[in-house]
Design a protein around this ligand. Structure first.
Ligand code: NDP
Length: 429
């Protein structure tokens, strides 16, 4: 019995060992006469996959080489690219330019991004902008940030003179993004901005224009645009495997706590659940259906007018119509838990994801079965991909630029208008 060790350097940081193994087993027939007795796999830090193939029959060297060359032809199949896999990078092989990022707003999501960036290969946290000196001190120690890369909201325009920072990631309350992004752009730094990019389309467009004028990129933290299972559904839809798309359902919500938080203050949030969580259903409708909505209807419900004050929506149901005739029905709420579900119905199949937009693992299945792509830390992949977009002009699988965000903001404007007017609103994106 022969034993052969094959080393496969996965091109991707997060290789799907099980998918690879399944494919390998399906190659079993290439080694005829039941020559493979066992395949074992060891996954070393998810980068290097060592497969030990025990060969029962290895008659001659020639026989072996023939079979290996067949395997060599077949191996690319193991890495058969889906949309989902095109965006992972190999940590140890990368020696190109690195995007040096300062995070503005050291709150809960900013902290999550900073932690995730520890595993980035193309992006690095090098600076902070914060209104809280104690947090700055803490982050300096935690992330090894030099004093010269620390700013507050009053002095951050001086970042213009700092050659060691390429981009600022704005992770502050929604209503602050507009002015902050325009200042960052004026300082000549690329802007990465959290969703919602602004609190209405007009402000969003001004941000786009400011970044264009300053010749800097404007990207938005649409982390689902890099999520493997999401991308697999999009691939299936794009390649016609689902047939004509007919219906999308997006349910997004959670029960919000502390009534004093900025999310329930219109001045800082720009709205309520729709701005914060409903935007996932809005953006999701567009990338799942693959079209832009041409009309919207919406209805709002409020059960607690004290917690959800004027201009802060609690629950909104909204519907979209698309040029093909497909429709979408969505719900956005700050008053229900366990609401994180996408469902896509099409002539030849379906896709369902639950959870669909949380930090993961995302779970999903289609009419073809379970989606088995590995979980990735969304923010790590997002930041590496954004580095590729900014530094190397890489194209994302679904746009994540300011124009994309303005489309979502136009829809948000239209939803609020539909509620106010109590009628269907036509859209032109
Ligand atoms: P937090 O309240 O946890 O943090 C916001 C931070 O912004 C604060 O800690 C503070 O940091 C800074 N800040 C500046 N001005 C103010 C102000 N007037 N009031 C309150 N905070 C202020 O919010 P999140 O981190 O949860 O959300 C921030 C942004 O990120 C929002 O736009 C949100 O929609 C988005 N987000 C995106 C997520 C995603 O998955 N893509 C998930 C969660 C949030 P400092 O003290 O350093 O100044």
């Amino acid at each position: 019995m022969g034993s052969l060790k094959l080393l496969f350097f996965q091109q991707h940081q997060h290789s799907d060992v099980f998918t690879v193994l399944n494919r390998l087993i399906s190659l079993y027939k290439i080694f005829t006469k039941k020559s493979i007795l066992a395949i074992s796999a060891h996954c070393c830090n998810t980068i290097l996959l060592i497969l030990t193939i025990k060969l029962a029959v290895m008659n001659s060297r020639r026989n072996f080489l023939q079979k290996m060359s067949t395997l060599a032809i077949a191996l690319p199949l193991l890495n058969k690219y889906s949309l989902a896999k095109t965006h992972f990078t190999h940590k140890e092989k990368y020696d190109g330019p690195v995007l040096r990022v300062a995070i503005m707003g050291l709150g809960s999501y900013g902290t999550r991004v900073a932690e995730a960036m520890k595993d980035c290969t193309k992006a690095k946290l090098v600076g902070v902008i914060s209104g809280t000196p104690a947090k700055i001190k803490d982050w300096q120690v935690k992330y090894n940030i030099p004093e010269k890369n620390c700013y507050n909201y009053e002095n951050f325009d001086a970042i213009k003179n700092n050659p060691d920072i390429d981009a600022v990631y704005i992770i502050t309350p929604n209503a602050l993004h507009h002015d902050q992004a325009i200042r960052v752009a004026a300082a000549g730094k690329h802007v990465i901005c959290e969703k919602p990019m602004a609190i209405n389309a007009k402000e969003g467009q001004q941000m786009v224009d400011a970044c264009k004028k300053a010749n800097v990129k404007l990207l938005v933290g649409y982390r689902m645009h890099f999520e493997p299972k999401t991308l697999e559904v999009i691939r299936m839809r794009r390649e016609g495997e689902l047939g004509k798309i007919l219906f999308f359902q997006g349910l997004c919500g959670f029960k919000i706590g502390d009534p004093t938080q900025w999310r329930l203050n219109k001045e800082l949030s720009g709205g309520g659940s729709l701005m914060d969580i409903g935007i996932y259903a809005i953006n999701g409708s567009r990338y799942m259906v693959g079209e832009e909505p041409v009309w919207v209807t919406a209805e709002a419900t409020k059960t607690d007018a004290v917690k959800f004050k004027e201009g802060v929506d609690e629950t909104i149901q909204f519907e979209f119509g698309f040029p093909s005739g497909a429709v979408a029905s969505c719900l956005s709420t700050y008053n229900m838990n366990n609401l994180d579900r996408f469902f896509l119905n099409a002539e030849k199949g379906f896709a369902e994801m639950q959870p669909s937009t949380g930090y993961g693992p995302i779970k999903g299945r289609t009419n073809k079965g379970e989606l088995n792509f590995p979980h990735v830390t969304h923010q790590t992949v997002q930041m590496d991909e954004m580095a590729g977009i900014i530094l190397a002009g890489k194209q994302p699988p679904i746009p994540i630029d300011g124009e994309e965000a303005v489309k979502d903001l136009k829809i948000i404007d239209a939803i609020y208008l539909a509620i106010k007017k109590g009628k269907k609103i036509d859209l032109q994106l």
